[in-house]
Design a protein around this ligand. Sequence first.
Ligand code: UDP
Length: 348
Amino acid sequence: MRSAITGGAGFIGSHLAEHLLSLGDEVVVLDDFSTGSRGNLAHLEGDRRLRVIHGSVLDRGLVERIVGATDRVYHLAAAVGVKLIVEHPLRSLRTNIHGTENVIHAVFESGSSLLLASTSEIYGKNTSDALSEDADRVLGSPLRSRWTYAAAKGIDESIAHGYVVEHGTRIAIVRLFNTVGPRQTGRYGMVVPNLVHQALRGEPLTVFGDGRQTRCFSYVGDVVPAMVRLAESPAAVGRAVNLGGAAEVSILDLATRIVELLESPSEIRLVPYEIAYAPGYEDMRRRVPDNSLARELVGFEPSTTLDEIILRVAASALRHGTADQTMALAVPGPDLLEPVSSAAIGAA
Ligand code: UDP
């Protein structure tokens, strides 16, 4: 099998490249190295079945040449990370809409098949205790940059759906929920690497808002094999499938657990959203997946616990270094903020 991964030098893409090589595929990675890095693929260097091409999904000719020579495409290239989206809304929109359209059109022309990476972000502020794939989307104003990512990914899914309906193109969509693991950087806002790196450096852990917002973190090593099985599954064509973690945790409890597990001397500090990102920033209070469809289609059972995830992220951080891996706040200076009291942590 010849597979192409757009965004293959990113966090999830590099784990996918590794997995596909282990299954015997030849793999072509297309990446512009904006947020991905060659370092993410360094351990695969020397494998002659891997080819890495430096380029953009916005380069239609290049996308067509790569897709034309492969059987299956995994489209992961995107502007990701709340911090990046809020600071560069236009660049994010262009990459996430035009880049995806280029990839989908090339797949249609070449007759290959596509797994399109989408996101739980498209559900927006829907706080249901189990978001199924047909759940309503609750988005804020399109003038708030955070929602441009959800808007763009929603359009991507609709374009994919249009190609399936009108042309019979073989496309499956996965909606990823807070996927975490080794090699993920905290620079663009992702909370687990950010807090783990802070804890390892003995710096205050920055918990945004009141810390009672919740997420379900899933381990990249559980998610990536399920992505490949969905890409292979004829029953997944034309569908969007959630892939998320099993356990819901508040960000304050996450921070507390990181400090405990890593035996860190760090304090935990609450940082208002306007200091973390920008004035008027809106967060999701809750985001919980219903994984039934993935379980039914490919037997998806996320089994890695939050403790194991934290320890693996920390081990990887210690191997690769913790410098320059945390998010810069919009207004610097969490040291000006009050540490969270142990009573507040207990109440979270
Ligand atoms: N968050 C936090 N501290 C950080 C980075 C993020 O408290 O240093 C919060 C963020 O506001 C959100 C949650 O952690 O409520 C998850 O953030 P992330 O960016 O990882 O994912 P998403 O918001 O896309 O779910």
